[in-house]
Design a binder for this molecule. Sequence first.
Ligand SMILES: *[C@@H]1O[C@H](CO)[C@@H](O)[C@H](O)[C@H]1NC(C)=O
Ligand SMILES: *[C@@H]1O[C@H](CO)[C@@H](O)[C@H](O)[C@H]1NC(C)=O
Ligand SMILES: *[C@@H]1O[C@H](CO)[C@@H](O)[C@H](O)[C@H]1NC(C)=O
Ligand SMILES: *[C@@H]1O[C@H](CO)[C@@H](O)[C@H](O)[C@H]1NC(C)=O
Ligand SMILES: *[C@@H]1O[C@H](CO)[C@@H](O)[C@H](O)[C@H]1NC(C)=O
Ligand SMILES: *[C@@H]1O[C@H](CO)[C@@H](O)[C@H](O)[C@H]1NC(C)=O
Ligand SMILES: *[C@@H]1O[C@H](CO)[C@@H](O)[C@H](O)[C@H]1NC(C)=O
Ligand SMILES: *[C@@H]1O[C@H](CO)[C@@H](O)[C@H](O)[C@H]1NC(C)=O
Ligand SMILES: *[C@@H]1O[C@H](CO)[C@@H](O)[C@H](O)[C@H]1NC(C)=O
Ligand SMILES: *[C@@H]1O[C@H](CO)[C@@H](O)[C@H](O)[C@H]1NC(C)=O
Ligand SMILES: *[C@@H]1O[C@H](CO)[C@@H](O)[C@H](O)[C@H]1NC(C)=O
Ligand SMILES: *[C@@H]1O[C@H](CO)[C@@H](O)[C@H](O)[C@H]1NC(C)=O
Length: 669
Amino acid sequence: MRNFLPPVFLLLSSSILGQNVRAVTVYGLGGVENPTGTFGSGIPAATVSGSDFIAAYNAYNNVTLTPPALPNPMPATSFSIALPNQAANMPKLSIPHKGDFFGFSIEMSVVEQVIGKNASFLQPTFLNLLATVADRAGSVRVRIGGNTQEIATLVASLPENAMIAKDHSVDDNAPTQTPTLDFTDEFLYLFANVSSLVNAKWYLGIPMNDTSHLRLQIAEHADAILGSNVLGYQVGNEPDLYGQHGLGGRPKTYNQTDYFNEFGTMVNGINNDPQIASKNKIVAPSLQGTWTPESLWDIGYLNTYSSSLDVISVEHYPEQNCAAAFPGDGLGPIINPQDVFADYLTHASGQSIVQPYLNSAGIAQQYDKDFMMFETNTASCGGFAGVSDSFGSALWAVDYGLQMAYSNFSGAMLHIGGQNVSYNPFTPPPTNLSLINKWTVGPIMYSTLFLAEALGTTNTSRVVDLAANNGSEFTPGFAIYENDALARVALVNFMTEQNGQGAYNATISIGGSAVGESNAVPAQVRVKYLLAPSVAEKNQVTWANQTFGGRFAADGRLSGNEVIQTISCDQNANTCVVPVPAPGAALVFVSSDAQSSSDPSATQTYATTAVTNPAQNVNIDPTALANSNGRSGGTGPLAGTSKGGANGAGRMSGSLSLGLCSILACLFV
Ligand SMILES: *[C@@H]1O[C@H](CO)[C@@H](O)[C@H](O)[C@H]1NC(C)=O
Ligand SMILES: *[C@@H]1O[C@H](CO)[C@@H](O)[C@H](O)[C@H]1NC(C)=O
Ligand SMILES: *[C@@H]1O[C@H](CO)[C@@H](O)[C@H](O)[C@H]1NC(C)=O
Ligand SMILES: *[C@@H]1O[C@H](CO)[C@@H](O)[C@H](O)[C@H]1NC(C)=O
Ligand SMILES: *[C@@H]1O[C@H](CO)[C@@H](O)[C@H](O)[C@H]1NC(C)=O
Ligand SMILES: *[C@@H]1O[C@H](CO)[C@@H](O)[C@H](O)[C@H]1NC(C)=O
Ligand SMILES: *[C@@H]1O[C@H](CO)[C@@H](O)[C@H](O)[C@H]1NC(C)=O
Ligand SMILES: *[C@@H]1O[C@H](CO)[C@@H](O)[C@H](O)[C@H]1NC(C)=O
Ligand SMILES: *[C@@H]1O[C@H](CO)[C@@H](O)[C@H](O)[C@H]1NC(C)=O
Ligand SMILES: *[C@@H]1O[C@H](CO)[C@@H](O)[C@H](O)[C@H]1NC(C)=O
Ligand SMILES: *[C@@H]1O[C@H](CO)[C@@H](O)[C@H](O)[C@H]1NC(C)=O
Ligand SMILES: *[C@@H]1O[C@H](CO)[C@@H](O)[C@H](O)[C@H]1NC(C)=O
């Protein structure tokens, strides 16, 4: 793992990607909202347009890699998995999980582009995307933060009624000047309005760049505006880089003791602030890996601050692509994405990422805290073109996500970094046009649907890594026990078929004398597949035959007929043979409850009312809805984005669509 962080990153961590600190485009989706600014490598936005503009950004790179050769020796392509039906007979099960395990981490600076200009101008594609997860998981979690949270200040108002103002004044000549990001209450109302339409819950960041002058206003106001829709406040981001980056003027010698003491100042400030109702919703320490978690635990951090903490957080990317993001900065040879592609196409990746955290995940249980991977993705400093936006990244994230669940993480947030990174689950269009149906959904987005369905909505799902196929790193499998019984099995195939080789059959048996139970294989199982022609594929990805569409083709809804395979089992032999294509991932619904919940008509409920966005009073042009969504039907998740989903009054997409249409219409004013 190359996890170095060179001193040249004055104010940035590696996770603000593809932006050159000296040119001060720390601010994510550079150019979209600041067409006159300069970008990372000095391309003035005003001079780029059309296809050049698009080609200038990593989110739209056209690199397609070659799938790795088949492993030699090949793993077995036919193998058995014997599972007890009762959780009590299955060792090593994880803690219980919720379906919203995978959420999204959005850099504070890109909120306008991704979520909405203000509380009246929500991005309907964003709502649709959140709804695809919330419909499956019951809710969806979004973390707003990152390095930009450290320089953010809540202010009473901004010129021209803006919601956010970013200071772009820092340039090559003043590299140490502190950039700022000011925002108003409208920012919080934006999230409140989203939550009124989709069951989204939020984590917000409290800045810790300056413990002499605390800026706790975001928590004061969010408590009042968002109430229980704010799950927690992340205090400080990646403090193990404070010294290296000199954040807030901190010295290079900044160490765990310094942080421990400053964190105490933050906690005292929060505890003494009468306007903050929820004192013990803190998410910390959000270390990114320079310090081990144990180096903080060892100096009494958890003992001292346990009562304030709700979530023990870490942040990590398994790789970095900094030499490419900061060319000319002497960061070593640029990594060829093809050379690292295979590193992601193995079960060993997720296992090695979680390994340094297993001890802490256990400690979190002792303290009765959640343990979360608060920011992660394929590679920091922009990701790898052709890897981070390939189907391989979707399989990687399915396996990594389930590995985290097995390892007793309680959730993970996939990061969205801006227009010039290749790993985004979703990216708004690359122009200042409000092209609501022209988003780009990355393959990794599909992993959030897979995880949501694998874990379901009962909050009881416990996960075990099966070390399937004699522990082959190319054919991992997990079992999910829900309400103490086997509910689902997840099977991944990292290989890409070559010369007819690569696909495998898993013969699943359930119960039986081998595990001291009676035979329990059902007459049939139902299977949903996550598929693409190759691990290198970037556009043609399907989940149960549905797709968000390729580049610039997404409005956030899945299209196509949902196809759930039914596989007949042999109850005499007590076996079900599940084929897994190469590449692909299969989610096998075993129990009758799991099978019925795999039918979307049984889980998705569409409310008809409660569109609380003020935009609803705008005149509705029904053709705008039809055109803007690009697809007919109207029964997709867009129609399901009303309050809480489950509180709705049944599937009546028509009238709800009108409600949301008002928001869509706004984008055309
Ligand atoms: C990828 O984009 C570059 C720059 O726009 C272009 O020169 C090249 O031909 C494209 N490659 C493919 C395979 O489309
Ligand atoms: C929201 O943004 C739009 C577009 O910039 C602007 O016209 C409108 O005044 C803003 N509304 C509020 C309440 O800030
Ligand atoms: C939506 O935002 C507006 C401010 O623009 C606010 O007045 C309203 O209360 C918000 N609605 C909800 C449901 O939070
Ligand atoms: C912390 O950030 C704020 C907002 O950018 C800035 O005004 C303040 O000077 C910073 N404090 C320090 C100590 O750098
Ligand atoms: C941090 O540095 C201070 C001052 O040098 C020292 O007293 C303290 O022991 C250090 N803490 C750790 C955890 O190394
Ligand atoms: C995007 O990042 C690449 C490095 O990966 C850089 O060469 C390019 O100039 C950046 N584009 C813009 C518009 O900042
Ligand atoms: C996860 O937690 C459960 C319950 O405490 C424990 O039995 C299991 O061993 C843990 N898993 C791992 C991988 O540590
Ligand atoms: C997009 O930005 C450019 C450059 O500022 C401007 O000329 C153009 O009118 C804008 N387009 C829209 C639709 O706002
Ligand atoms: C699962 O937990 C959430 C809170 O995180 C709760 O709202 C929901 O009702 C729970 N679901 C069940 C089935 O208990
Ligand atoms: C299982 O893997 C081990 C090495 O990890 C190997 O020694 C053993 O032969 C394998 N067993 C089978 C049945 O393939
Ligand atoms: C899987 O089983 C089917 C049905 O028996 C068979 O046609 C297929 O060849 C098998 N595939 C593999 C990879 O063994
Ligand atoms: C899968 O979806 C496509 C449209 O994307 C459709 O043409 C096809 O019929 C669907 N497959 C099945 C088996 O329904």
